[in-house]
Each structure stands twice: as structure tokens, then as C-alpha cells.
Design a protein around this ligand. Sequence first.
Ligand code: NAD
Length: 521
Amino acid sequence: MAADAQARRHAGLLPQTADFAANLEASRRHLARFAAAPTLHLIGGVPTASASGETFSNQSPIDGTHLGEVAAGDAADVAAAASAAQDAFEEWSAKSGEQRKRILHTVADVIMARADEIAIVESADTGQTIRFMSSAAVRGAENFRFFADRAPAASDGLALPSEHHLNYTSRRAIGPVGVITPWNTPFMLSTWKIAPALAAGCTVVHKPAEWSPLTANLLAEAAADAGLPAGVLNVVHGFGETAGRALTEHPDIKAIAFVGESATGSAIQAQGAPTLKRVHFELGGKNPVIVFDDADMERALDAVVFMIYSLNGERCTSSSRLLVQESIHDEFCARVAERTRAVPVGHPLDPDAVIGPLIHPRHCEKVRSYMDIARAEGAIVVEGTPWADAPRDGNWTVPTLITGASPRMRIAQEEIFGPVLTAVPFSGEADAIKIANDTDYGLAAYIWTSEIGRAHRVAQALDAGMIWVNSQNVRHLPTPFGGTKASGIGRDGGDWSFDFYMETKNTSIALDTHHIARLGV
Ligand code: NAD
């Protein structure tokens, strides 16, 4: 590829996959291997079937067809992967930061060389439309480059001198770690966890979500092709209750980085307690977007619509609660409704489609059930336009706006995790803050106002880990990512990731002959 096109692609400016027919053809080609033979674990650099020989079926969200079999791991496979990660740890953690940096940059290069394949497979496996998935590899590669660049300084610490001592801190990798990921944007999301772990010097056992297993293998293959030593990144497929649980319970696994539902986070904390597992949790959200009557209406409207209908609404930071000031409520909601009806639902590989099928029939049923719940609660449901050609056995839904909701209704409290937006009116600033904070979650919040003092006041009063003012969700990699309350424990991003994957050690050196009490003299 020409250097110019490569540079533009890195900047995310070049549509990689702009031709529907070509995408369909590419998906046939890239999915063939997953249909021809089971997708295996990758343990110690070797594709490995489950010790039990068990597999599970992976189905297309588009039409329910069988995409292939996947190895169903259990405690025996996790033990083999943990042992491979343990064996690889000494050598990998002993490499210099510069050596790790070079290898991780090469991983990013290999990811970019396979960008179209990763985008297509991700789209076909998850139902997320190619319009958004075309940047999956680009974002994944960026994550690798970001943490690769920081690897050489990851073990640096602080000098903390006192009167009689020089104290200095240093960090070292904690050991083999487990990374457990969900099915929404699985490729990008797993690189966000795995890249800093590898940069820190940890070795990894990755347990991808059972509903989206395929791109985990593409990532591990890219890492191996880039020269990552065998055993440094292992993949064990399988269900949460078996493979996931075994990983959280394994004594050689020193920490678990988990992204998923709040209830699963709770279970993992209990499972990891006997082995004193360090945990980092990125959990659910019911994020408010607060639109004041002095906001830039056009930009607020664009952001509100984008932040609920992009990525099928299967997005932890989606603004799924729209809090609108009463004075503009009816007009604003009417305009959101107009957009809701116009957002195109379609085949995920069609570059014109915004919303594709949801990940799984069970999840689709759950999301659609909220339309009935909303009606039963007395709210008004505005449904978008279905795709006329949607295959019968796919997990299809429509973008949905719910109005006439009150703050305590289930539709305003529970994480739906689909393209469903619940609008609630508010009277003024204090009311907006009260409603926004009145939820179990505290991941992200969005504020739209033109008054700078109000922007700061509201931002400070909101109980959430991440606040955006007059902005959609724009991720800046050095900033902390994570939530309060049921939305998570801990932060990652920038140095926060290294703090999780590394142990900090303090060394204290006496500068003089300070007083030491002489006992027993
Ligand atoms: P989930 O909790 O059902 O599953 C996530 C992963 O955990 C899967 O790999 C699953 O197999 C595994 N798992 C399940 N039970 C387990 C157990 N007992 N022990 C160990 N592992 C277990 O979540 P999901 O439905 O795949 O993903 C959707 C959820 O993820 C939503 O709640 C969403 O908000 C959340 N999420 C949060 C963020 C964030 O950054 N806060 C980002 C993306 C997704």
C-alpha cells in the first residue's frame, strides 16, 4: 500500500471497507477457516483443542447460521495456559523496556497489515456494522503503540527523600495475569487490556467472550507473527462459569482485568478472594446526557443520536439516559425521534448501515423486552424503521426512543445495552444533577450547556468516573478510564494501567547514623 494511503488509514480517514459486495466476498474468504475447523485455544504458542475435546457452536448474529465450532475450555485448559504464562514470565519480564517496545510496535504493524480481515471478521461475528468496525484494527494498533512507547519508563518510580533516608520507588510486573473480555467491540477492547499488560512485562491468559470468540485468535496470531515469545499471550475460549471461573481461581494468576456486567464483576471478586486476586473492573453503565436549554442544539442532537445508535448501542459509555430541560424537551425529543426513524438498520457489512443485528438471540430478546416494559410503565415508545430484507433468524431490532419516562422507571434505571434511549425531562440544574446521580451506575456523563460556570458546577457534582462537556465520547489514551459505584473498580489508561499490572516497591536507604533504640543492652 502507498505510504500516503497507509498514513491516512492510520489516521482513520480512509474507508477501508466501502464496498458492500466486496465485503461480503471478503467475509466468505475470512470466515472459511473458522467453518472448516474448530477455533482452538492458543496455549504456549500452540493451537490446542480442549483437554475434554468439547466444543461449542458459534452462530452468526445476521441469520443464525453456524459460523463454526470453538474449543470449550475448562479448568484443565486454563491450568495449561496459566502454566505456559508462568513459564514465559521470567524471560519476558526480564527483557528491557526497549525490547518490549520494539516487539509491541511490530504487533501493531501486523495488526495494521491484517486490518481489513480483522474488521470484517469482527463485524460478521458481532453484528456491529462495518462503518464502525472498520476502525477496530486501527484503534487496536494505536493501543499497542501507545503502551509500547511507555514500556521503557514503566518501571520508573519516585524519589521520596526524608530527613534521614532516601526513599525511592520502582515497579515490576506483577506476574501472569488474566484478561476477561465481553462481546462488544471485543478486538479493540482486548488490546486496551492486553497491550499495557505486555508492556509492563506481564504474561497473559485471555478469556474472550463466548459470543464473540473469533478476533481473539487473530490478535494472538498477530502477536506471534510479530515475534512475541510463545506463552506470553495465551487464549482460552469457553464459558464464563467454566473457563472464566477457573482463570479467576487459579493461584498462579496474580490479577484479573475484567470488562463485563456488574453482576459478573461481583461473582469474580468472590471467586478470586481465596487467592487474594488483584482485580480491575470495567462494568455496566446507564450514562446520562444532560441537555440544558442554552446548549448548541445541533451539536447536542448529533452527539445524543451518535452516542446511543453507534455500535448498536452495545457500548458501555453510550448515553442511554437523555435528560432534557423542560423548556426544550418536546422539541428536542421530536428531533431525536425524527433521526431515530431515519437511522438505517441493515446488513453489518453494508457500509450504509448504522445498526446491525445484536450479538445473540438472548440479548436481542432482552433488549426488545424493554419496549414492552416501557409501555407497561406508561411511557411512549418511538420505534425506528426495520430493515425490510432482514434475514428471519437474525437478531434484529430497531433504534428506539422512549419518552414520557420518569427517573425511577426500570427503563431509566437498568442497563439495556442496545439502541434504546430513554428521555426524562428536568426543571433546572439541581434537578438534573439529582436525576443523573440517582442510579446504581457511575461510568460516564455528558453535559451540554453554553454557560462555563454551569459546566464546571455540574461536572463536579456528577458521580461518574468520566465527564464530557459539549462533546461526544472522545477517548484520549493518557486519561483515566473507569467508573464509580456499580460501574467499576479502578482506572486504566496512561499510567493507571501500569499501576494495575505492576507491583510498586519502596527502597529506603539511611543517609546518616539516625537514632536506633538499643533494646536489651
Ligand atoms: P458478561 O459479564 O456476561 O461477560 C463478560 C465476560 O465474563 C465473558 O467473557 C464471560 O464469559 C465472562 N464471565 C461470565 N461469568 C463469569 C464468571 N463467573 N467468572 C469469570 N468470567 C465470567 O458481560 P457481557 O454481556 O459479555 O458484556 C456486556 C457488559 O459489559 C455490559 O454490562 C457492559 O456495560 C459491560 N462493558 C463495560 C465496559 C466498561 O469499560 N465499563 C466496556 C464494555 C462493556
